[in-house]
Design a protein around this ligand. Structure first.
Ligand code: GUN
Ligand code: ZN
Length: 434
């Protein structure tokens, strides 16, 4: 691929502002990124980068923020037509809307349409990597990975495993779930920029035999991730305790089958008992904060400070379609408000760190994505802090304070603020239909 220079105000983190202070943010006001063969070949002042690659084409975004692509650590691609379904909390919402829609992904052509829409939407929103739930149908995984591979995107996904408490059209059984997952791992894991996540949906929809099979898949597949849901909703937790009477906590169910670990991402974690916090920390598992979903489904308020205090690894995610926005900016907006409700602060620098390097660290991908640094993959976005009249108007009162500008972006910004998205150095937003 020909070399390309992306010019703008380069913004990237090399550490977590909460721990390392504001110095964790690295900015070059008139900077440029040199991209070669899908990777970042150099970063610096625009003059120096031009001198280094005089023949490279220049994408001139002077004045706009150039930063790493957003990373979404928990989202359901199968729920693009479930988002904004009225009036239910988790268990009713699953039965009434989600399980109805997910059955439609049995049809490969339909799944294909949905996967394409989903990836277009990710890029429109500036999200370049996501950790994705497909459905129980292996075809839903094939079409998702196939489309991601064609687009050169770094994606993590897996076939949902469910063998009870769901409609027949959405269930497998422990052996089939194992066999299908195994075949998908063999077909897709490590191909292009793709990784596999073993995906038992949650304790309610898996028998002990299926959770056992999930643990076996993880043990047998080095490099595989694990994703599931945990402690999202009070009625959910009560049901888990009925189904697994031997378990003192919800997390103990997953723990018994070997599902905790540094590559395990637990969605929600809203109602954690103290022993669960300790077990998440000890296993270096990740708790994915899904604020728009937790508000929309009336699930509860995530306690970021408690998890930070106990050194639990935390990530941020949309959880569409329980979540109500594909935008990581809008997700950060709602996260800020959830934390406000709990009397917690969340500075803009910490929020932008979380959406980029923080989430890449949560997925163990910090040596590949999440920063603008030489050698990393060139997943880059361009943000316009004046994208709407109201944003431009508000920006008039900012006197060069980057934290204030970023806070405005996360409160008022959405896909309109994403001027361009580059995936492995290729622009993928400007060509999309408006
Ligand atoms: N718990 C089990 N499945 C789901 C799902 O699809 N969405 C959410 N928000 N929670 C779940
Ligand atoms: Zn979810």
């Amino acid at each position: 691929m020909a070399a390309r220079i992306i010019r703008g105000r380069i913004l990237s983190f090399d550490d977590e502002p909460r721990l390392a202070g504001a110095g964790a943010l690295k900015m070059i006001e008139d900077g440029a990124v040199l991209v070669e063969d899908g990777r970042i070949a150099a970063v610096g002042e625009v003059g120096a980068i031009r001198a280094r690659a005089p023949r490279a084409a220049i994408d001139d975004h002077a004045g706009k923020l150039v930063m790493p692509g957003f990373i979404d650590t928990h989202i359901h691609y199968s729920q693009t037509r479930v988002i904004a379904s009225y009036g239910a909390q988790l268990l009713e919402w699953l039965q009434k809307y989600t399980f109805v829609e997910e059955q439609k992904l049995r049809d490969r052509d339909h799944a294909d349409i949905v996967a394409r829409f989903f990836l277009d939407e990710m890029f429109r929103q500036g999200t370049t990597t996501a950790m994705v739930y497909c459905t129980v149908h292996p075809e839903s995984v094939d079409v998702f990975f196939d489309e991601s591979l064609k687009r050169g995107a770094r994606m993590i996904a897996g076939k949902v495993m469910m063998d009870r408490n769901a409609p027949e059209g959405l269930t497998d059984d422990p052996q089939r779930g194992y066999d299908e997952s195994k075949a998908l791992i063999a077909r897709w894991s490590g191909r292009g920029r793709l990784d596999y996540a073993v995906t038992p949906r949650f304790a309610i929809t898996s028998t002990e035999a299926q959770l056992e099979a999930s643990g076996a898949l993880l043990r047998e597949s080095p490099g595989a991730y694990m994703q599931t849901h945990l402690d999202e909703n009070r009625a959910e937790i009560a049901f888990v305790k009925e189904l697994f009477p031997w378990a003192k906590t919800y997390l103990e169910v997953y723990e018994r089958y070997g599902l905790l670990g540094p590559r395990s991402v637990f969605g929600h974690c809203v109602h954690l008992e103290q022993s669960e916090v300790a077990a998440l920390a000890a296993s270096r598992s990740v708790a994915a904060f899904c604020p728009t979903s937790n508000l929309f489904l009336g699930s509860g308020l995530f306690d970021m400070k408690r998890l930070h205090d106990h050194e639990v690894r935390v990530s941020l995610a949309t959880d569409v379609g329980g979540g109500t926005s594909y935008s990581m900016l809008q997700t950060a907006n709602e996260a800020y408000k959830v934390l406000q409700m709990g009397g917690q602060s969340w500075p803009a620098l910490q929020a932008f760190y979380q959406m980029t390097l923080g989430n890449s660290r949560a997925l163990g991908l910090q040596d590949r994505i999440g920063a603008i640094r030489e050698g990393l993959e060139a997943d880059i976005i361009v943000l316009d802090s004046r994208a709407t009249p109201a944003m431009a108007h508000r920006m008039e009162s900012v006197e060069g304070d980057i934290a204030e500008e970023l806070f405005i972006l996360m409160m008022m910004g959405d896909d309109r603020a994403v001027q361009e998205t580059y995936v492995a150095g290729r622009p993928v937003k400007s060509g999309l239909a408006k």
